[in-house]
Design a protein around this ligand. Structure first.
Ligand code: HAM
Length: 423
């Protein structure tokens, strides 16, 4: 048997799992203030949900999906992202009746068959929001601000991050622009890689994302959608920027930002960090997808959202020297002087836990000295020492770990005394 986790996956050991819980808790608190409610969708969907939603010509759908047939020969796919699933669920359950707005957030694992490297996994964790039904540009600015405020709230310094924004246009202006880019690619075909040449026919805008230096140089002078936006998209984009200015969110207009999913219309954005991540420097991103619900056969329903990557966010926090708060495993340790009081210690630990105190005790027959050491390792603020003499008097000894002060406390007063001691 191979006892290693599959390539591109990682066990979330307690320190990382604690960070995940901290990041999700912080998200829950902040997102609630913006009106978001939780949603959970299945980890796998009918393959079509992603193929049609994200787009057949994207890297995600063409190369990266974990697709399999179930026992009844249905084609299913592990979710590579959350947006398509949320929109599918919103359509199935009429979550957004005409004229209403639904705001939901999710947190969980996503799956993409990518080449693993620092900050790039095959199973990775995302936290995301989707705001469905709102077409006004203030909604775009609100979602962008929410992502920015979240990172700020985690303690990532603003100077370590860049918020890139762009507009992808809509069905009125993008088709002509796509044709212009395809034409441009064909005219410079000899200088571009094979894949970019192919993209002229499949997905020309993806050529802006090619990492090969020669392609990047050619694409640097390609036509920009900014110059070809229709009046409505142009006005929408201008108002989004005005609203961001209003909130003092600093952003960089990046006219070559195209993102890797085909459902986007109008606003797209991405937060990149300058230090600690190398090439996988996008810690979060999102945008508007006003046609996605229709793509699934539903009513025209605007939508927008973002997702942030847990692993990359954590790397960005580490690079900035931000620590995840680590609560002590135990606030109190109950130690026994000898085995004659083992049952009393066991019962006392339970009483303290019932009273709301994080409590630990020994289950390995450690000596009293070793129990004290263990209490220190677990971060306990106090040790309750239980011995036969104390027991006979209906008391225990309460020792403050920092001041080393010891007091005898009657059993009935112990819980109160512990609460006073640990604050
Ligand atoms: P995305 O840009 O594909 O967007 O992913 C969002 C974030 O997930 C990335 O910025 C990155 O931090 C993280 N991520 C993506 N792939 C990997 C990977 N292989 N390993 C580690 N982290 C990764 C979306 O997924 C869209 N659904 C966002 C969205 C929501 N747009 C509208 N609503």
């Amino acid at each position: 048997m191979n006892a290693r986790a599959p390539k591109g996956t990682a066990d979330m050991l307690p320190a990382t799992a604690r960070a995940w819980e901290y990041l999700t808790r912080t998200a829950q608190d902040l997102f609630a203030r913006y009106g978001y409610e939780p949603i959970y969708t299945p980890l796998f969907e009918h393959t079509d949900v992603f193929a049609r939603g994200i787009g057949e010509a994207t890297d995600i759908v063409s190369k990266e999906m974990y697709t399999f047939l179930d026992r009844a020969d249905r084609s299913l796919t592990l979710r590579p992202e959350g947006t398509a699933s949320v929109v599918r669920a919103a359509l199935e359950h009429t979550l957004v009746p005409q004229g209403s707005v639904a705001k939901v957030y999710y947190a969980g694992p996503m799956f993409r068959y990518e080449r693993p490297q620092k900050g790039r996994m095959r199973q990775f964790w995302q936290i995301g929001v989707e705001c469905l039904g709102a077409d006004g540009p203030s909604a775009d600015a609100e979602v962008i601000a929410l992502l920015w405020r979240y990172y700020e709230g985690l303690g990532i310094p603003a100077e370590n991050m860049r918020m890139l924004v762009n507009s992808m246009g809509d069905e009125a202006c993008r088709p002509a622009y796509r044709a212009h880019v395809a034409e441009y690619i064909r005219s410079r075909g000899a200088e571009l890689c094979e894949e970019c040449n192919r993209r002229a026919d499949t997905n020309p805008l993806r050529a802006f994302d090619c990492k090969k230096p020669a392609c990047a140089e050619v694409m640097a002078t390609a036509p920009l959608l900014r110059d070809e936006l229709c009046d409505e998209c142009s006005a929408h984009y201008a108002t989004v920027r005005e609203h961001l200015d209003l909130l003092g969110i600093s952003y960089v207009e990046e006219p070559r930002l195209v993102r890797g999913l085909d459902y986007y219309t109008r606003t797209v954005f991405e937060v990149q960090v300058e230090v600690g991540l190398g090439s996988q420097n996008a810690i979060g991103g999102g945008g508007r997808y006003d046609r996605l619900m229709e793509e699934y056969g539903g009513p025209a329903t605007p939508g927008l959202g973002f997702a942030l990557g847990f692993e990359r966010t954590l790397l960005a926090m580490e690079a900035a020297g931000v620590e995840v708060p680590a609560p002590p495993v135990a606030e109190v340790y109950v130690a026994r002087v000898d085995d004659s009081v083992a049952a009393e210690v066991f019962a006392l630990a339970s009483t303290l836990r019932d009273g709301g105190v994080a409590t630990e005790m020994d289950h390995q027959g450690r000596s009293l000295k070793a129990q004290f050491k263990q209490a220190g390792r677990l971060g306990a603020r106090a040790v309750v020492v239980v011995g036969p003499d104390e027991m006979a008097a209906g008391e225990v000894t309460l020792r403050h770990m920092e001041t080393k002060e010891e007091t005898r406390v009657g059993m009935s007063e112990l819980l109160g005394a512990v609460h006073t001691l640990i604050g």
